[in-house]
Design a protein around this ligand. Structure first.
Ligand code: NAI
Length: 661
């Protein structure tokens, strides 16, 4: 077998190349190849300096993730890193693409680093439930200030080339030809005494960190994920112990964390996201051109979808009901683009150009040149039906028509058009220009070109596409409806909203279900319940409490009262709501009993899993991991737990058994 690591020599400079597609992962072949070459170079007196580079689109972007769940194979990365660090000639890392995890740890062993301005450098191990395992926690704070190293390692977010330069993580930003400049840098170091290796230096700016504040902040941010706090402990070791002692503790922690349940769940989440929407990639069909896209309805969702499209480089025609509504929609999009600029997603010039690509109008003929139109009008079949009939009449045959409906029947809508093969659902999540998930809803008659267009849109917007069949609420909202109902049932049995919310937050959700309802407003679900069960008798008793809140005008945060009282600026438990719950409980003739947080979460998980299983049995989702991806990326299910379906299989929660009524 040929080695993924090769070496070329010229004028006393060795250029070592890692070529291990697709991302030059530091797998066993790369580790042994590197170790062998370090040895060869060390014993070759002609070599005065070394450049370490990677072939293809990126520097080494991390460990071979397939190896992570298994016993590690020698040689181990720390051995390779140590060999480079102690090599006779200076090594220079030439970084393009991403230098992540083990990739960056190799760079830290080098005498100097040069990077392309577009490079990303980071230690993202915490996102996979572990910590750096080859000296990252020890060497990084000896190269850049400790507080920045703590941020990079506990947060897992990579930094740009420019930021790396300002931190001192790299010595030079490449201007033009990375390898030529790296070679020149290596030549300039040749023959000079090597500076002390990082392990022999003290941590930088160690006095600038407040450990207990950092720990408090991290614990709040981690919501039960163990790796960020373990990474912080490793950083404390790094600051307080000798570097050799810190190294051995880091390795022990890395091995323990890599074998943890959370790490297994996070690896599963990583793989599940990568394989989500797989069936879309096998469609052999040219998608519609997405350079100009139409959006109908410029409210919360339409404006968010338009913003996402504009940020991706598309031009957008946004149709509203009248000129006034069109102006409001324009301002809404402008605000969203401004916030994206403030978040650093786009430059000032990019923001100006994006907004210049937007046309808002109340003339539907403006849509005619769009190859795709996405409808995001009110959630009302009559209104959407009119929009679809009109679009069908004016849009050219090849144009693809999509609906962003949350619950309505996509097949019913497509039946209102002459050619249902060109209709699909594209279910975005709010805010549509931020949230990563896109449910691509395949109607019974949706054609391949239409689906391929949905897939191309997801790629263009950098979203994770999950395919869903047609049912009420598709994958995500359908599961959310059942667990919301289960939470309402627990109210009738004796639990209170703040207990249920606390149990969910404890589990790792950013918010509990009642807090979420208050945030998004109780009126939409109320209207839906009234439409689905117009008489009192046919209504679900558990939902009576929510109905009564709505009847009292308590629609959530927007009316300052909902499940909680927000009158004083902060969320407070409201005795009025407690009383109302007790009254409904008395009518339901159930004796109130105590619920533990554990029981609350078991009930929620169980209905999620049962509904997920039905969704699979009915062929709505293509695989169980797609359901998990939807819950993780669209509904705040804690990533370190993998998802309800993952927990169902890994913890032995039964997916069978009677379905709660
Ligand atoms: P919204 O009420 O904020 O916006 C709807 C917009 O559509 C309004 O600006 C209205 O003027 C416009 N509109 C109504 N009829 C129109 C017509 N015939 N022609 C042109 N414009 C028209 O509603 P929102 O929240 O943006 O929801 C839109 C759709 O997206 C609904 O189907 C909803 O179920 C779905 N959705 C909503 C999510 C959310 O979190 N709000 C999430 C995912 C989907």
């Amino acid at each position: 077998m040929t080695s993924p690591v090769t070496c070329e020599y010229s004028d006393g400079i060795a250029v070592v190349t890692i070529d291990n597609p697709p991302v030059n992962a530091t797998g066993q072949g790369v580790r042994s190849g590197l170790l062998e070459i370090v040895g060869k170079i060390d014993s070759d007196p002609r070599v005065r300096a070394v450049v370490l580079r990677c072939a293809g689109r990126t520097f080494a972007a991390g460990a071979d993730i397939g190896e992570l769940g298994k016993p590690p194979l020698p040689p181990f990365l720390p051995t390779v890193v140590e060999a480079i660090e102690n090599a006779r000639p200076p090594w220079v890392a030439a970084i393009h693409g991403s230098a992540l995890g083990g990739g960056l740890e190799l760079c830290l062993a080098c005498t100097a680093r040069i990077a392309d301005p577009n490079a990303k450098l980071g230690l993202p191990e915490v996102t996979l439930g572990t910590i750096p395992g080859a000296g990252g926690t020890v060497r990084l704070p000896r190269l850049i200030p400790l507080p920045d190293a703590v941020e990079m390692i506990t947060g897992g977010k990579p930094v740009s080339g420019a930021r790396a330069l300002s931190l001192g993580l790299i010595n030079v930003l490449s201007e033009n030809d990375l390898v030529a400049e790296a070679t020149a840098l290596a030549a300039s170091l040749a023959g000079k005494p090597k500076p002390p290796v990082l392990l022999d230096r003290p941590c930088r700016n160690a006095e600038d960190i407040d450990w207990s504040e950092t720990e408090k902040m991290l614990a709040a941010r981690a919501r039960g994920a163990a790796a960020p706090l373990e990474a912080l402990e490793a950083m404390k070791d790094s600051a307080r112990l000798s570097s050799h002692e810190a190294l051995s503790r880091e390795r022990e922690r890395f091995l323990r964390m890599t074998a943890s349940e959370q790490a297994a769940a996070l690896r599963y989440a990583f793989f599940s996201e990568r394989q989500a929407g797989r069936s879309l990639t096998s469609i052999n069909c040219e998608p519609a051109n997405l350079d100009l896209v139409g959006v109908v309805g410029g409210g919360t969702m339409g404006a968010g979808i338009a913003t996402a499209l504009l940020l991706s480089g598309s031009a957008v025609r946004l149709l509203e009901r009248d000129a006034e509504a069109a102006r409001t929609a324009h301002n809404r999009v402008a605000d969203m683009i401004q916030t994206s600029r403030a978040r650093g997603v786009i430059s000032r010039q990019g923001a100006d150009e994006a907004l210049a690509r937007l046309v808002t109008t109340n003339d539907d003929k403006a849509l005619i040149s769009c190859a795709l139109v996405i409808e995001a009008v009110f959630e009302d079949m009559r209104v959407k039906g009119e929009v679809f009939s009109r679009l069908d009449a004016i849009m050219p045959r090849r144009a693809v028509l999509a609906t962003n409906t949350s619950y309505l029947d996509v097949d019913h809508l497509s039946a209102m058009t002459a050619d249902p093969t060109r209709v699909l659902g594209l279910h975005f999540f709010a805010p549509a220009h931020v949230m990563k998930l896109l449910e691509v809803v395949r109607g019974k008659k949706t054609g391949d070109r239409t689906l391929a267009t949905g897939a191309a849109l997801a790629r263009r917007l950098k979203k994770i596409a999950v395919v869903s069949g047609v049912c009420q609420g598709f994958i995500g909202n359908r599961i959310m409806s059942v667990y919301r109902r289960e939470c309402h049932r627990m109210l009738l049995e004796g639990a209170l909203p703040d207990q249920i919310d606390a149990a969910m937050r404890d589990f790792g959700f950013p918010m509990g279900i009642f807090e979420v309802q208050d945030l998004s407003g109780l009126d939409i679900a109320w209207a839906q319940r009234k439409a689905a069960a117009p008489s009192e008798d046919s209504a679900e008793p558990a939902m009576r409490i929510a109905d009564r809140l709505c009847e009292l005008g308590r629609l959530g945060r927007k009316t300052k009262k909902g499940w909680y009282d927000y009158g004083a600026g902060e969320k407070r438990v409201d005795p009025v709501v407690t009383l109302l719950i007790e009254q409904e409980r008395a009518k339901a003739a159930g004796a109130a009993r105590m619920f533990s947080r554990d029981e609350i979460m078991r009930r929620i998980l169980r209905v999620m899993q049962l509904e997920g299983q039905l969704i699979l049995d009915e062929g709505i989702a293509e695989c169980a991991s797609d359901i998990d991806v939807v819950m993780l990326t669209g509904y705040g299910f804690p990533r370190h737990r993998g998802g309800p379906m993952f927990m169902g299989t890994s913890e032995g929660h039964s997916l069978r058994g009677p379905r709660p009524r």
